[in-house]
Design a protein around this ligand. Structure first.
Ligand code: NAD
Ligand code: AKB
Length: 313
């Protein structure tokens, strides 16, 4: 990887992945793109291009202009927003992916895009969910993620594009707010704990979902990108997770630092239904075996860091 382009670079993942790639490969060698523009978002000397992923020709022009050899495609609509706008979500998530895969094919680029625990559905085994299992999701986001995994498989087998992907769980971070997902409560809860010492959860007690702290998500992405192609059996896409939590377990972890923290519930039926259709805990064995996935943060270690980082803001 010498020259890397990211789509959706201003989002929750892209803002941290861009910085990590700049540090590793050099600021000049990372081209951040997004439909929005944010002055100075990636520091001095950063290369930024405004790009709507629906414009495949512009993506091709940018890839040629910067002699890109790796595309990291992050632009997408997340689960809760997608459920409000299903047609638009399908358009962005599928046609945006197709545009970027086509450019990867034409320009012979390595290609990474995230899938999600949302690619599973209610008929999937809920605990220790295997890498290869039933995938019949009931959200439009999940339908687009299964189709994305298959489309990436197709581009690998049919055209030889070096596609790679991870099924991310809910990602928790403090730099950029999450973009409208079902797991967003697990980020908001830390901000409200610091601000108000209380939180009202839109997911119900006992709703277990996989989560991971952003440094582990960035680490997993970098490891997968650098892995030998021949080692990757399940290239699109690997189960990855660091913990399985419900709102009460996050609250208990917060109370070790803020004993008076109070948790209440006002359940949102749409996001609750999505959460209930997803696994409680997926099995990341294939990721460990095939590219050395090795998360460093459990719930308590993540909580300590989140509260430290959120406080000054
Ligand atoms: P996000 O919503 O935070 O960011 C998405 C970015 O895409 C935004 O900056 C937005 O401006 C941009 N964008 C939207 N429409 C665009 C368009 N038409 N053209 C170009 N840019 C556009 O999302 P994220 O959390 O960073 O997620 C990135 C990827 O990771 C997505 O595929 C998502 O499904 C996946 N994922 C995220 C999580 C998570 O918890 N964050 C978990 C699983 C999978
Ligand atoms: C969402 O909740 O939509 C995302 C995801 C798990 O894909 N955080």
């Amino acid at each position: 990887m010498k020259k890397i382009l990211l789509t959706g670079a201003l989002g929750q993942i892209g803002s941290e992945l861009t910085a990590a790639l700049q540090q590793k490969y050099g600021t000049d060698n990372v081209v951040a793109t997004d439909i929005r523009y944010s002055e100075g978002a990636f520091g001095e000397g950063a290369v930024f291009e405004t790009l709507d992923i629906m414009d495949g020709q512009k993506l091709l022009d940018i890839v040629k202009k910067h002699k890109i050899d790796t595309i990291i495609h992050l632009a997408a609509m997340l689960s809760a927003n997608a459920e409000k706008h299903p047609q638009r979500a399908w358009d962005i998530n599928m046609n945006g992916l197709m545009n970027s895969l086509e450019v990867a094919r034409e320009e012979n680029c390595k290609f990474f895009t995230p899938s999600s625990i949302g690619a599973f559905g209610p008929s999937t085994i809920k605990n220790n969910t295997p890498q290869v299992t039933v995938q019949r999701p009931t959200s439009i986001y999940g339908v687009s993620k299964v189709a994305s995994e298959l489309l990436c498989d197709y581009y690998f087998t049919k055209f030889g594009v070096d596609t790679r992907g991870l099924r991310f769980p809910g990602l928790i971070s403090y730099l950029t707010p999450p973009g409208g997902g079902t797991t967003d409560y697990a980020v908001d809860i830390y901000y409200q704990a610091v601000k108000k010492k209380s939180y009202t959860s839109f997911l119900d007690r006992g709703t277990y979902l996989d989560m991971m702290y952003m440094p582990d998500a960035i680490g997993a992405t970098m490891r997968l990108l650098e892995a030998e192609s021949g080692d990757l059996i399940h290239r699109n896409a690997y189960n990855v997770t660091a913990m399985s939590v419900d709102p009460e377990s996050v609250a208990s972890s917060i109370r070790k630092h803020i004993p008076e923290f109070e948790l209440s519930y006002d359940v949102d039926p749409i996001r609750q239904a999505i959460a209930e259709s997803w696994p409680d805990h997926i099995d990341p064995t294939a990721a460990k075996e095939e590219f050395g996935f090795n998360p460093q943060y459990d719930l308590d270690r993540m909580t300590a860091d989140m509260l430290k980082q959120v406080k000054p803001n």
